[in-house]
Design a protein around this ligand. Structure first.
Ligand SMILES: *[C@@H]1O[C@H](CO)[C@@H](O)[C@H](O)[C@H]1NC(C)=O
Ligand SMILES: *[C@@H]1O[C@H](CO)[C@@H](O)[C@H](O)[C@H]1NC(C)=O
Ligand SMILES: *[C@@H]1O[C@H](CO)[C@@H](O)[C@H](O)[C@H]1NC(C)=O
Ligand SMILES: *[C@@H]1O[C@H](CO)[C@@H](O)[C@H](O)[C@H]1NC(C)=O
Ligand SMILES: *[C@@H]1O[C@H](CO)[C@@H](O)[C@H](O)[C@H]1NC(C)=O
Ligand SMILES: *[C@@H]1O[C@H](CO)[C@@H](O)[C@H](O)[C@H]1NC(C)=O
Ligand SMILES: *[C@@H]1O[C@H](CO)[C@@H](O)[C@H](O)[C@H]1NC(C)=O
Ligand SMILES: *[C@@H]1O[C@H](CO)[C@@H](O)[C@H](O)[C@H]1NC(C)=O
Ligand SMILES: *[C@@H]1O[C@H](CO)[C@@H](O)[C@H](O)[C@H]1NC(C)=O
Ligand SMILES: *[C@@H]1O[C@H](CO)[C@@H](O)[C@H](O)[C@H]1NC(C)=O
Ligand SMILES: *[C@@H]1O[C@H](CO)[C@@H](O)[C@H](O)[C@H]1NC(C)=O
Length: 274
């Protein structure tokens, strides 16, 4: 588990570094996030019921919220007076919502598969029938909810492209992990020459290789990834088209400049630890 801690540490610093290298697209999202946050604050400050609820009637906290909201108002109005930005934020929000829905669908499918599989249930809950019944009860309402989402053709199409993109990214990252594991210089440096950690890491990369083999054995996916990568290269650098249009999904692939990096290797490796 010490390895996990190390990996998470590297991962944390890597994430910060990545964001610095990508200031442009980040700032639009940053502004959108700021708008959403400030809007929530201003709405809260204007609603006494919500305020009382949130602050538990503590006047100090209420006054503080109101002061912060008043302070945010002018910045909020400046930002929202930019209709280009507001339009972009709507797209960003819609995209994020759709991605969330795809994740929700996958989660529900997993839950329902588990709930209908007694062997898997017994396994998962160590045979505790109280917990099993509780789980079955909780998931019983999911079928209709899932069907409603699945009946949305737009969402279906979006999610299937989204899944392909995720798979393509995974392939790319797995390739990086494997290259990293075969690079002694990089390994020595990342694990500070600790051979125990290096061997531990290498042994886990076996999983990465078999995962990669299974993904790359799908020729349909390979073809899709190639065309997405191609499109990603052509639209690369155009941050506006990235945030503006659901059709330039490929540009989100970030294939360009995807050099073997410890950050990437660590990111995917951490997935095996979960
Ligand atoms: C205030 O918030 C409450 C609880 O969220 C909501 O029911 C109510 O409609 C809100 N009032 C106004 C004026 O927005
Ligand atoms: C109200 O909240 C402030 C700030 O969190 C706290 O210092 C104070 O003790 C609270 N007052 C009451 C009456 O709970
Ligand atoms: C008001 O906003 C300014 C600039 O964003 C900030 O420096 C200041 O601390 C804020 N004041 C309050 C009370 O939040
Ligand atoms: C409005 O927002 C867009 C997109 O973020 C930005 O490119 C543009 O510079 C902004 N315009 C003004 C006047 O701030
Ligand atoms: C279908 O999904 C899309 C994308 O998430 C969403 O914008 C739209 O509102 C949904 N349509 C219906 C009828 O729920
Ligand atoms: C049920 O779960 C077990 C254990 O996870 C798995 O081996 C089996 O294939 C599953 N059965 C079905 C029908 O999915
Ligand atoms: C089953 O789980 C419940 C709830 O978590 C717990 O209270 C109970 O002791 C467990 N029963 C057994 C036999 O472990
Ligand atoms: C499921 O949970 C609900 C709410 O907690 C409860 O009223 C109901 O009796 C439960 N049903 C079963 C079959 O356990
Ligand atoms: C191995 O990693 C080092 C340090 O990260 C890098 O400079 C070098 O180019 C890599 N070698 C190969 C063959 O990729
Ligand atoms: C290498 O790492 C392992 C586990 O992370 C640790 O127990 C060991 O002391 C380290 N060895 C050296 C020589 O630092
Ligand atoms: C291969 O990939 C395609 C595109 O992602 C997918 O629709 C299909 O289900 C995959 N086939 C297998 C056997 O996994």
């Amino acid at each position: 588990m010490q390895t996990t801690a190390l990996i998470l540490a590297v991962l944390a610093t890597a994430t910060v570094a990545e964001h610095h290298g990508n200031d442009d697209s980040f700032s639009v999202k940053d502004q959108c996030r700021a708008i959403a946050k400030m809007t929530k604050l201003v709405d809260l400050a204007a609603n006494q019921t919500m305020l009382d609820d949130k602050a538990n009637g503590n006047q100090t906290i209420i006054d503080d919220i109101k002061a912060k909201a008043a302070n945010a108002t002018s910045e909020l109005s400046t930002l929202t007076s930019n209709s280009t930005l507001v339009g972009e934020c709507a797209v960003v929000q819609a995209h994020d919502d759709a991605v969330d829905s795809c994740g929700e669908i996958q989660k529900m499918e997993k839950f329902l598969a588990l709930a209908s599989n007694d062997t898997a249930l017994t396994d998962y809950f160590d045979g505790n029938t109280t917990e099993i019944d509780d789980f079955k009860n909780k998931t019983s309402g999911l079928t209709t909810k899932l069907a409603a989402l699945q009946s949305n053709a737009t969402l279906n199409t979006f999610c299937s492209v989204q899944n392909d993109i995720e798979s393509c990214k995974e392939i790319s990252k797995l390739q990086d992990v494997i290259a990293f594991a075969g690079n002694n210089t990089a390994l020595q440096s990342a694990f500070k020459g600790n051979t125990t950690d290096i061997d531990d890491f290498k042994s886990k990369v076996t999983d990465a290789q078999s995962k990669l083999d299974s993904l790359t054995s799908n020729s349909t996916l390979e073809t899709t990834c190639a065309s997405l990568s191609q499109a990603g290269t052509t639209t690369q650098g155009s941050t506006t088209s990235d945030s503006k249009s659901g059709t330039s999904l490929a540009s989100r692939l970030e294939f360009a400049g995807n050099a073997v990096s410890v950050a990437l290797a660590m990111a995917i490796f951490s997935m095996f630890m979960l």
